[in-house]
Design a protein around this ligand. Sequence first.
Ligand code: AMP
Length: 400
Amino acid sequence: MDTPFSKLGLCDALAYGVQEKGYTQPTAIQAQSIPLILAGRDVIGSAQTGTGKTAAFALPIIQKLGGHGKLRCLVLEPTRELALQVEEAFQTYAKFTDLQITIIYGGVGYGKQLEDLKRGMDIIAATPGRLLDHLEQRNCSLADIDILVLDEVDRMLDMGFLPDVKRIVQHTPKSRQTLFFTATIPPEIAELAGWALNNPEKVEIGRQRAPAETVSHGFYQVVASQKFDLFELLLKQTDFKSVIVFTRTRMGADRIAQRLKRSGHTAAVMHSDRSQRERVEALQGFKSGEFEMLIATDIAARGLDIAGVSHVVNYDVPENAEDYVHRVGRTGRAQSTGDAFTLVTEDDVRNARSIERYMGVGVERKKIEGFEYIYSALFDENAQPAAPKKTSRLHRGVRR
Ligand code: AMP
């Protein structure tokens, strides 16, 4: 077979499989990583979300493992949602093989996981805590791991998982091949990479700090008391298919979902106070179109692959500029286009500017025609607001 994927060294069954999924060309990270992984190299990769990273490691791993045998591949993920997504991708790409793949994560019973481990798996996608439980109870062994994938390592660091990750790595053989993915490399991660990787090849795709070029961004300045009204009008004027709305707090997410439901929208909520079952239901309902909106805290921002998200709304500006990139990365994935709306109040000006500095580009300040804006000093700052001014309160209530 002669396809762009087989030219990277993938066998016919996998090349057919990806063609069947409608992938005609490998993405940049796939083109660079697949030959390296097939050649047995350790890889340290940084790529924007939505770049096809999962297939970049899953396809060559499936080829290397070939058929059913011992537990030879472990993929560690920071969240259950990401672990689920990776497991699903492996299941899809490995459809034509007899490889056994499962997922190990917390917040659910042990029954099915124990059954799977007893039956014998080839590939496991796992979150660190539950996997350590199983290792301590000797339910599984990592002694035959050939390929270890540490994914979204910077997120693992944020969540305090690095000590667990190190303990897990120590259960695997030194001779393993290690694939390491992280968007940023602060000192703790550089140290972990130095320890876990053997002469790695670096794969860096695009500018790390900017979201996909297919996303158009807008900052909508508004006083806090008018936020929801502006948001509703924005929705009304927008031809959206599916929207993810990000809030800073769990309570905020619940509150907005309720207000949206009252005005006739279908909305699901996803944050860490929700049970695992509720989170899975919310995500599945959103993916299937049962809910037109998903209201989420940053738990959903990283790496989640949801096809066809037409719009991302930052109801609250994220405090961390990097989270902005991850949030808006939920739309415009894999060459499709998307819009990202961000509501900016007086209190958010500083964070909004730090997002622009982080991305290295300015974001257009947009206004909605026909909205009765309450005046704020925000609006005097035009396209490039300076440091936050304290005058806005004086002007509140004065309509323009
Ligand atoms: P990921 O970055 O792994 O989360 O992948 C983002 C999305 O891109 C997923 O929906 C994949 O199914 C899709 N995708 C992966 N590889 C390709 C490709 N070569 N062509 C088109 N879409 C792809």
